[in-house]
Design a protein around this ligand. Sequence first.
Ligand SMILES: [Zn+2]
Length: 380
Amino acid sequence: MQKQFFELDPQGDVLLTLRRPNVLKFFWRSPTSDKLADRPEAGNDAPGSVGPEHKPGPGEPMPGMDEPSAGEESEQVQFLLSSRHLRLASPVFDAMLFGGWKESTDLAERPRKIARLENPDTSNSGLQLCHEISATEWNTEALLLLMNIIHGHHRKLPRDVHLDIMTHFSVLVDYYKCHEITEVFAHLWIDRLKPSLTRSYQYMPMIFVSWVFSNAAVFEQMTELAIKESEGPLQTMSLPLPPIVINALEKKRMNLLHNILHILNETREGLVKGTKGCRFDCSSMLLGALIIGMEKHKIVPHQLLESCSDRSIKEIKLILLSLDTPIWHALQDGGYRPKQHSCTVKSMLEPALDRDWRKSKGLKLDDFRVQQRDEELPKV
Ligand SMILES: [Zn+2]
């Protein structure tokens, strides 16, 4: 059996055993690509899921969990911890260690997913342990970060944390409810991580991270990028984000697509009726160029949503603004020599597309926090 051991408190009275470490993984695959996102740590990725919201059926394997190989099953990581630190930092650890954690409780029905008190009376004379608890499948590096923070080993913390580890760390903080003790470090890591996020598959993990740590500015920025740059429908990557957030994101994405559809329809109609384009031959040229260009790029107005199923709105906008316009010359303003006509498909579409683009913002964290609190209030 392979074992790793971390001593967070030499006088610790809690032995936490992490079984099948690092099995939990999240979906990092681009919806349109078979290639894994450029993440060196990415392993055999399948959609992962974690947290109290997820309830697998009886006998059903945890979605996103790779079936353990014999080697993984025997792998263990142990942490020697202090119960005082754990219970102060996390109400979940407090309940596990001192709150009468019972097999009949809701959480304990998912033993593979949760850390639970297995043998409350176990006493290891060698280590003078009072409690033995276990967890499964968490990321070891993220759990060690969390334990170093909880036990005050702040000099052992890195200055930078990779998005993948930050996501796992956020899942742990969300699960063990230890936001207060971690938030100062999390905000520092988020600030340093943010400039490196330029790929659309990175936005959803960062939305989750900013949600967990209530970072309103990053949440708004990342949700805006996800709406505009995600390829096809938005996916949670199996992160435990509340459905209200995902639904709101997808609704905003649909609204922006519908606005583009409206602009295209209005433009075509204006060109047909002659209200757009500076003269008859101009309207005719632009109408032909628009129809041919949309056909070429398979942007079909009455099926725009389907034609955007694997493309981002940003890509659609860029395609529309780069549609070819034929070069043609005409006599202008009573001149004797024909001049190249300056109207283009781009100049006709750009003002309206840019206006809608600027107006479309991300989600406001406060809107959802209030809604979530209302939903959590007991109904009297
Ligand atoms: Zn013109």
